[in-house]
Design a protein around this ligand. Structure first.
Ligand SMILES: Nc1ncnc2c1ncn2[C@@H]1O[C@H](COP(=O)(O)OP(=O)(O)OP(=O)(O)O)[C@@H](O)[C@H]1O
Ligand SMILES: [Mg+2]
Length: 310
């Protein structure tokens, strides 16, 4: 499986006894939750370049998916500069920082937004978690495994760039959805991200969404440009999820701190998100899912094994 080799994202230098303790803690967390966690779809949304629209994509895919009956949880994984709560007009009392420091249980920190979607908020302006330690990664995994009411879709809104956290969250997801815009610098940054995840961490499957297009042909053209380069230089499969138009209704919705799908369901961008969710649902039946290791399901134990081999 992808990611089965040891990886520098994970922090080495932990004593064998502590590793064993952490592994058994995670195993206990899995055993204490009898639900079928293997059906949860975990999608990490990243981009390389900042400002291409990841957080808007996550917030709106979440709302559109919840409308279609999915039970959605968003993790704001932009741990230092999170803003999904702002986009959804939520005012959380606690953040992921409280979970990672052991002050609060995950369930206490989650806030509920439109269509019943739940959000694990990040801090804004915090510096403490710019690179999760090995222990924090395991702590987060075990918090997810203990959720009494797990989602069936977990969307992870990653930070811009190619930081250790971005790589880690891509590795724990089933899918990495790379958001790009038609801007050429967005393509070079997306390529850099895909390259490092595939060559260094052996991820093989990527999906691409083109945001801020003038028309759907532009989305296809942008996808073709990137896939020409990845086909030539990398051993990966890059699939096209689709595109979202540049839409003034998105700007208006952001100003109102609402998801465009929520406040302007008939806007061009909202329609696009609704049809993109149908494609997301189809991925669920796709057995080519091959995240490095997953936050949920038996592979989480594989993750423990992986990180302890480092
Ligand atoms: N389809 C769209 N049409 C018009 N404006 C958009 C669209 N998508 C995103 N935007 C605008 O682009 C800006 C950046 O969006 P967003 O914050 O979602 O990007 P991001 O990739 O999450 O940024 P960061 O890398 O800083 O986290 C926002 O002002 C948002 O309103
Ligand atoms: Mg963002």
């Amino acid at each position: 499986m992808a990611g089965s080799s040891s990886t520098p994202v994970l922090v080495p230098g932990i004593s064998a006894q502590r590793r064993l303790d952490q592994a058994s803690g995670l195993r206990a967390a899995m055993n204490s939750n009898p639900q079928d966690l293997s059906r949860i779809q975990v999608i990490a949304v990243s981009s390389g370049k900042g400002g291409v629209g990841k957080s808007n994509v996550v917030a709106n895919l979440a709302v559109a998916a919840a409308r279609q009956g999915r039970k959605v949880l968003i993790m704001d994984a932009d741990l230092a500069l999170g803003n999904v709560d702002i986009l959804l007009g939520l005012t959380p009392q606690y953040t992921i920082e409280d979970v990672l420091s052991g002050q609060r249980r995950l369930e206490e920190v989650l806030v509920t937004g439109p269509e019943g979607i739940r959000l694990l908020p990040a801090t804004s302006g915090g510096q403490a978690f710019t690179q999760l330690t090995h222990e924090q990664q395991l702590h987060l995994q075990s918090a997810f495994l203990q959720l009494a009411s797990p989602p069936d879709l977990l969307l992870i809104d990653c930070a811009a760039g190619i930081s250790a956290n971005v790589l880690y969250f891509s590795l724990v997801a089933h899918e990495t959805l790379v958001v790009v815009s038609p801007d050429p610098t967005s393509l070079t940054d997306a390529y850099a991200l895909v390259k490092i995840l595939s060559t260094r961490y052996h991820l093989r499957t990527f999906r691409m969404l083109v945001n801020k297009v003038k028309h759907s042909q532009e989305g296809k053209d942008v996808f073709r440009k990137l896939s020409l380069v990845t086909d030539r230089f990398l051993t990966i499969s890059l699939d096209y999820l689709g595109c979202v138009p540049t839409d003034d209704y998105v700007t208006m919705a952001v100003a109102q701190q609402r998801a465009v799908c929520d406040v302007y369901p008939r806007a061009p961008a909202s329609r696009a998100f609704t049809s993109l969710v149908k494609a997301l649902n189809d991925w669920r039946g796709d057995c080519s899912w091959q995240g490095g290791f997953q936050l949920f399901g038996p592979a989480a134990l594989g993750a423990t094994r992986t990180v302890t081999e480092g």
